[in-house]
Design a protein around this ligand. Structure first.
Ligand code: LCV
Length: 259
């Protein structure tokens, strides 16, 4: 049973996350389907990709599939993690990817939306950065995605509180492009996509890649990188990381000890 649906309208490809039973958790299986849809769109030289949930979805995506996170002693978000692969594929896709958001967005799904080029959301949508809720040491490329989406102070607030931010506030802060009523979400997003389709695809592809390279141009010394990786290892080897994952699976609040 596929976990996504795809459709092509003229130069626009649409991927619908459609695994309601798990609230569109970003499992390896679901991510593989999204990535193969993007490859199909690339082959067909489509000019915009839209990533969405089914109309009326209460949850756009619940983020990384927690059942696929290692219990401990292994980097939960290493290079080969499916979520990391998805983020890179969205950033490398040679045309704009629009996140069309209705419902709540959590953790790795928040990063996925922020990795998209444009975000259009309904007023009911919310965005939550959740590593601290689970005790997860987010990876440095992911932190940069958040830093490029929000100011440092807002990024810290979202990371430290793990509280959802409303679509209106996100728009006011420049984290998303538009907030539109749910009944207009589809027509507005497709209108935006059609405007892009009418422009020069090569020029857009080059500007997208230029902006990706410039947005990622944050110098870090090898010593700085090693320090960050060492700190992350302390977290994913910790009691609190194991407790966060276990509490989620046992459907109870975690009890963190700071060790
Ligand atoms: C696996 C799930 C999930 C899920 N994984 O429905 O950013 S980081 O570092 O944190 C990164 C590691 C990450 O992204 O971690 C995941 C962060 N996500 C969250 O913290 C959101 C976790 N989910 C929820 O808070 C709720 O499920 C929401 C509010 C999304 C929806 O609540 P609702 O009451 O509608 P349930 O909680 O009953 O979930 C329905 C089924 O989906 C599973 C959940 O375990 C349940 O499974 P069962 O029916 O087998 O009990 N599920 C939900 N999210 N991220 N599985």
């Amino acid at each position: 049973m596929p976990l996504t649906r795809t459709e092509i309208r003229d130069h626009i490809g649409v991927i619908t996350l459609d695994h309601a039973a798990k609230r569109n958790a970003l499992s390896r299986e679901l991510i593989d389907e999204v990535i193969s849809a993007l490859e199909q769109f690339r082959t067909r030289r489509l000019r915009v990709a839209i990533l969405r949930a089914p109309p009326g979805a209460r949850v756009w995506s619940a983020g990384h599939d927690v059942d696929e996170l290692p219990e401990s002693r292994r980097d939960p978000l290493g290079w080969d993690d499916p979520l990391r692969h998805l983020i890179r594929e969205i950033e490398a896709f040679p045309a704009p990817v629009i996140a069309m958001i209705e419902g709540t967005v959590w953790g790795g799904a928040c990063e996925t939306a922020f990795a998209c080029d444009l975000i259009v959301a309904t007023p009911e949508a919310t965005f939550a950065v959740t590593p601290a809720r689970l005790g997860v040491p987010y990876n440095i490329a992911g932190v940069l995605t958040f830093l490029n989406a929000a100011t440092l102070r807002i990024g810290k607030e979202m990371a430290f509180t793990a509280r959802p931010v409303s679509a209106e506030r996100a728009e006011r802060l420049g984290m998303i492009n538009y907030v539109v009523p749910s009944e207009e979400l589809e027509s507005f997003t497709f209108g935006l996509a059609q405007t892009i389709c009418g422009n020069a695809p090569l020029s857009i592809a080059v500007m997208k890649e230029q902006l990706r390279i410039l947005a990622g141009a944050h110098p870090m010394s090898p010593q700085g990188f090693e320090r960050v990786q060492g700190l992350r290892r302390v977290v994913y080897d910790s009691h609190d990381y194991r407790e966060g994952i276990r509490a989620f699976k046992e459907k109870r609040p975690p009890v963190f000890r700071g060790e």
